[in-house]
Design a protein. Structure first.
Length: 323
């Protein structure tokens, strides 16, 4: 009893510390923006209709991502609500967590909710598969961004493009990816690459997942375009594509640092390089991060509630069958 009480208190302390840190980071961002711009709120002079439409597009992107991730599980798959809750929780935690610690949140959330029991290795491989198919789905947007961007952004966009092409190669090779020279030197690495290749090889499920993930990035780019227009930066899909691709590098490249400060700073620098005014660039960076975070939280809540209701329904059916 004492051990349980101590564990419960420690868990509440960790949650409280995380919430407090999130509030401090977000407050620091808004205070910094207030000093750099003439508006105290990034959406103060925005077109409300366009902002609401952009928010809907952001929220829809999480639903599409969850549908795509579900298709990448072999055998028994988790329900869509669990995937949605995990995607939303990971994206929301990525606001404050550095590097790719949001992967831990995604795996923990998926395994914590009820439904089909999944091993840690199965969930981990599905996350790797999601990242690879995600990069492939990003390829058309990266090509369009390179074709429409200035020379100053082509170097980082080429890095994103090369990563996408590498993932396509891995998908095409399938289990044969373990035969590559740099992989075949270690038995452990070879076994890991073999398992990844077996799970993410070219298949009907992979194509369906790629379609959902392409829809995810497309709706998010559409939301960015509407939000730029709402803040007075003009209707520019090419700007949105460059912003999406460079910001997505923190998602598809597992070695990059995340966190709201990094994302806001990156987006602001990109928009300034594209010729957007300083006030519009900072306001868009903060507003986009805020809307994405709120959309992620909404997706996590909807997914968690849906998963809980499904678990209750399963237990009732199992009880009725037993009787």
């Amino acid at each position: 009893m004492v051990g349980w009480t101590g564990s419960h208190a420690w868990r509440r302390a960790r949650v409280g510390a995380g919430v407090a840190f999130s509030v401090v980071v977000v407050a620091a961002c808004f205070l910094t923006a207030r000093r750099l711009t003439t508006t105290g709120w990034p959406l103060e002079r925005a077109n409300l209709t366009l902002v609401l439409t952009a928010s809907t597009a952001y929220l829809s992107s999480f639903f599409l991502r969850a549908l795509g991730w579900q298709r990448l599980f072999p055998g028994d798959r988790p329900d869509r609500s669990r995937c949605l809750a995990a995607c939303g929780a990971a994206a929301a935690s990525g606001v404050v967590l550095p590097f790719r610690l949001d992967y831990v949140v995604k795996i923990w959330t998926l395994r914590r909710l009820g439904g089909v029991r999944l091993g840690l290795d199965t969930v981990g491989l599905s996350v790797v598969a999601l990242g690879m198919v995600d990069a492939v789905a990003m390829l058309p947007l990266a090509v369009c961004a390179i074709a429409t961007s200035d020379a100053v952004f082509r170097a980082p966009l080429v890095v994103v493009l090369l990563f996408c092409l590498g993932c396509i190669t891995a998908l095409a090779l399938g289990p044969r990816v373990a035969l590559l020279p740099f992989v075949n030197r270690s038995n452990r690495v070879r076994r890991s690459f073999t398992r990844v290749g077996e799970q993410v090889g070219v298949s009907q499920s992979t194509f369906i997942a790629g379609g959902f993930l392409f829809g995810c990035w497309t709706t998010r780019a559409f939301g960015c375009t509407l939000l730029l227009s709402a803040l007075g930066a003009g209707f520019s899909p090419s700007f949105a594509l460059v912003v999406i691709c460079l910001s997505a590098a923190t998602s598809i490249l597992p070695i990059t640092a995340g966190g709201v400060l990094v994302n806001v700073g990156t987006t602001s620098v990109v928009l300034l390089g594209l010729g957007v005014s300083r006030q519009a660039a900072i306001n868009f960076s903060l507003a986009s991060g805020m809307l994405l975070t709120f959309s992620a939280l909404a997706a996590a809540v909807v997914g968690a509630v849906g998963s809980t209701l499904l678990s209750v329904q399963r237990r009732r059916l199992a009880h009725a069958t037993a009787i």
